[in-house]
Design a protein around this ligand. Sequence first.
Ligand code: HEC
Ligand code: HEC
Length: 355
Amino acid sequence: MFNREEPSRLLPNFRFMRVLILSAAVGILLVACQRDDISTGKDTYALNRPDYFPEIAYPVATNPITRAGFELGKKLFNDPRLSLDNSIACSNCHVKAVAFTDPQHNPSVGIFEQSGSRNAPMIANMAFQSEFLWNGGVSHLDFVPVFAIENEKEMGETLADVIRKLNRTDDYPPLFKKAFPKIDTITSPYMLKALSQYMLLLVSDNSKYDQSVRGELQLTAEEAAGLDIFNRKCANCHSGALFTNHDFLNNGLDSVFEDEGRALISETDDDLGKFKVPSLRNVTLTAPYMHDGRFKTLQQVLDHYRSGVKDAPTLAPELKKDGQLGIALTDDEVEKLILFLETLTDYDFVSNPVF
Ligand code: HEC
Ligand code: HEC
C-alpha cells in the first residue's frame, strides 16, 4: 500500500515477503525471499502485495525494481518516440486518469489514426497476473510492449528501430546507465525491463472496497447488499481480490464471432469467442466495456447479462443454467450491483503523482 500523505516516498515500507515466481517465458521456477531495507531503501522501490491479493506472478528477482528503473519506465511509457511517426505513446491508449485504459476511442486508435479491433485493458495489478491480452496471447509482462510497438495499427515501429532511436538521444543513455549500471548501450531487453518496472508498481489497492476489507470503514447497507448479489451472481468468474478467476470464457456477447478470441491462439473451436475475464477494479472509470468496447455504461453491461446473452457452443455454462440464458436480475438488484461496483474505484491510484 502506498503512503497516501507523501506519495513521493512511495513504497519503502516493506515487509518480509515470500514470492512464488513462475516465469513462463524462461520456464524456470524459483522461490525468492525479498526484504526491504527501510534505512537504505531509498533506491529500491518495493512491490507490495496486500495480503489478500494473489501471489506475485512476475519473476521480480530477474528484474529488481529500482527508483531509477521505475522512472525510466515511466518516461518510456509516456514517450511518443516509441512509435513509427513519433506520434503515439503507450499513455495515449493507456490513460492514467481512467486507470490506464482508453476512454476516447472504441476501439483504440494508433498511428495514422488507424483503429485496431480491441479495447485497451486497464494496466493495474499486472504483477499478480501471468497471462496478458484479451486472449492470453502473451505470458510474460516484458513481452507485452513488443506487441504494441510492433503492431502496425498501434505504434507501427520495430523494436530494433526504437532502440536505435533511443541510443541516439541525449536523454536516454544516461538514464539507462543509472537504472542498469551493467550496460553500456541501450538494448531491447533493458528497455522492456524498465517498462515492466513501471507497470509492476501500478498496484491499485485503495478503493473503498479495499478499505472495507482492511476494516478501515464499512460499506453502506446498499453497497453491502450489492456485494452479496455480486457474490451470488458474478463471483464465479469475477472472483477473488482482483475480481477475476484468470480464466478465458465466452460471456455470451455473440453467436457468430467476428473476433475469435482465444481460439486465435489455441486454434481450437472450443475456444471460439472466449476472452479473458477482466478485473473489475476501477470499473466505473474504464468504459467502454468488453474486448471490443461495445458497451458504454454499466447499465448496458448488466442489461447484457440479464437479457442479451446469446447462445453458442462455447457459452459459459453459468450463463445457461437450466436452459435459461443469462443471469436473472431485478431492477433493484441492478441498482445495488452498480452501487457495489462503484466501491471498486481507487481514486488514489488514478491521482497518484508518482504514477
Ligand atoms: C493504439 C493503442 C495502444 C497503444 C499505443 C498501446 N497499447 Fe497496450 N493495449 C492496447 C490494446 C487494444 C490492448 C489489448 C490488445 C489485445 O488484447 O489484443 C493492450 C494491451 C496491453 C497490455 C495487457 C494488459 C492485460 O491486462 O492483458 C499491457 C500490459 C499494455 N497494453 C501495455 C502497453 C505498453 C507498455 C505500451 C507502450 C509500449 C502500450 N501498451 C501501447 C492498446 C494500446
Ligand atoms: C461466466 C463467467 C462470467 C460471469 C458469471 C460474469 N461475467 Fe462479467 N465478464 C466475463 C467475461 C469473459 C468478460 C469479458 C468478455 C469480453 O470482453 O468478451 C466479462 C466482462 C465484464 C465486464 C466488462 C469489464 C471491462 O473492463 O470491459 C463487466 C463490467 C462485467 N463483466 C461485470 C459482470 C457482473 C456485474 C456480473 C454479474 C451480474 C458478471 N460480470 C458475470 C465473464 C463473466
